[in-house]
Design a protein around this ligand. Structure first.
Ligand SMILES: Cc1cc2nc3c(=O)[nH]c(=O)nc-3n(C[C@H](O)[C@H](O)[C@H](O)COP(=O)(O)OP(=O)(O)OC[C@H]3O[C@@H](n4cnc5c(N)ncnc54)[C@H](O)[C@@H]3O)c2cc1C
Length: 441
């Protein structure tokens, strides 16, 4: 309706958090512009969830398609909002939106500061995951995997990487390295079923016997995880890769010879109870785990160059007890909320949980955005459209090739046709150039 009155909101980042935030805003009658770095929407739902979880990805894609087909929503893909992006936060903030919601995920890398951490053959999980899920530019770089891969971390991402090694690469052995013990594992048993055929139960029992005294010292009984494993029975058929665990081992450095990784030096730890927590404490004894590839699967940080106030891996939000504050970006100079600027999802809490959690976080954040908007006057839809046109013009002047949602749908149709022709479940173009060429063609 020409005389309709609306609020105009920009959501930055079209992963699950940004998409569900968009849905919640559109449901309240807002006009929403969804700006996304990647050509295609979905974030880690498209480029993180494991390769062959086609059913889960398909279900999410269908939900996202509905959100993106809403006439209140404009998708602008292939646009980065960052210090050196297509637009800066300040430029976007000056364009006349009523609120900005940042849902840009956790794109920074959590370096542990270890010697050898940046050698060839040493990867951070997110980069490798983006690579095998074909997200440009990671899809365009080789990520060679050796025969013995040490994965640091024991969460669900470790399981995904082990799955990739065992079923998509030629890896003899995967060693999951944990600073603490089997009782502090962070992966879900359901997820672990995907690598059960690689899991070496005999080596697991051996490892539990090796650390038995250190577990018992904090009242943990190694017979419990042993019994749980025995109850699962031996998988059949077995896969060629052996997956083993190395508990109570804190990485110290990546050992290299002539620039090639030959091992991961770890310090043996013991456990100590600290209140409810069990902490790992170094013993000073070091050993080297022989391996030729190391993958750090220890979670991520937010991108410190996005242009939002940043400290220690997180964006700064308003401290204190007000629940809204946790979603409001802090204006550091004024010492209070930056009016109308919010963070949701993994941009608010890096590497925190599954898609359902990101959705809940986005929906909670949008409740606070709605309370803020309720205090602001609406404007005629036509006026909001002029702001959207102004944004498009600014991007065109910069030479940015914006990919809108109809273009994404055309691209996806071409990819589906290629998958059918190649008799594969899924086909994805692996560079932005290929995708943009397809669209121009
Ligand atoms: C390896 C791995 C496997 C996973 N497997 C599962 C699973 O099986 N099931 C499950 O439920 N969950 C899984 N998750 C968790 C799930 O992916 C996350 O909970 C969810 O994707 C977080 O959503 P988000 O929108 O906050 O961030 P993201 O999904 O990271 O989305 C961020 C979006 O922001 C965009 N962006 C980034 N920077 C900018 C910028 N500067 N300007 C504009 N746009 C930008 C990106 O292009 C991206 O689209 C997995 C996560 C990982 C890492």
């Amino acid at each position: 309706m020409a005389d309709e009155q609306v609020h105009l909101v920009a959501v930055i980042g079209a992963g699950p958090a940004g998409l569900f935030a968009t849905r919640a805003l559109a449901a309240q009658g807002c006009r929403v512009v969804l700006i996304n770095r990647d050509v295609k929407p979905g974030g880690l739902a498209e480029y993180g969830i494991f390769l062959n979880k086609y059913k889960m990805k398909g279900g999410l894609r269908r939900q996202f398609q509905k959100i993106l087909s809403d006439p209140r929503v404009t998708y602008l893909g292939h646009v980065t909002v960052a210090e050196r992006g297509d637009l800066t936060v300040e430029a976007l903030a000056g364009m006349g939106f009523d609120a900005l919601v940042f849902a840009i995920g956790a794109q920074g890398t959590k370096y542990l500061g270890l010697e050898g951490e940046r050698l060839p053959g040493v990867y951070h999980a997110k980069d490798l995951v983006y690579h095998y899920n074909r997200l440009p530019p990671f899809s365009e770089r080789p990520f060679p995997m050796g025969r013995r891969v040490a994965i640091v971390g024991v969460g669900n991402v470790m399981v995904d990487i082990a799955n990739y090694c065992a079923h998509f690469c030629d890896v003899d052995e995967v060693i999951a390295v944990a600073r603490r013990g089997p009782f502090e594992k962070a992966y879900d048993d359901r997820e672990f079923e995907d690598v059960e055929d690689a899991f070496d139960q005999a080596l697991y029992r051996e490892e539990l016997e090796r650390i038995r005294p250190r577990l018992e010292a904090v009242g943990q009984n190694p017979d419990e995880p042993m019994a749980a494993v025995a109850a699962r029975g031996e998988p059949s058929p077995r896969c060629r890769t052996r997956l083993r665990f190395r508990f109570l081992a804190s990485p110290r450095r990546v050992v290299a010879e002539n620039g090639r990784v030959v091992g991961l030096e770890v310090e043996e730890t013991r456990l100590e109870r600290k209140g409810d927590r069990v902490a790992a404490v170094g013993t000073g004894v070091t050993t080297v785990i022989p391996c030729d590839t190391v993958v750090f699967a220890v979670g991520d940080r937010v991108d410190e160059h996005a242009g939002l106030p940043y400290r220690d891996g997180l964006y700064l939000t308003v401290p204190g007890d007000d629940p809204a504050g946790a979603y409001q970006v802090l204006d550091e100079t004024a010492g209070k909320a930056r009016a109308g600027v919010y963070v949701v999802g993994w941009a608010r809490k890096a590497s925190d949980g599954v898609v359902g959690r990101a959705r809940l976080d986005a929906e909670t954040g949008i409740k606070h955005v709605a309370a803020f908007l309720a205090e602001r006057p609406k404007r005629p839809l036509a006026e909001a459209e002029r702001v959207v046109d102004g944004l498009r013009r600014a991007l065109a002047e910069r030479g940015t090739t914006v990919v809108d949602y109809p273009a994404v749908q055309r691209l996806e149709a071409v990819e589906r046709a290629r998958a059918t022709a190649d008799r594969v479940e899924e086909f994805k173009f692996s560079s932005d150039r290929e995708m943009l060429d397809q669209l121009r063609g």
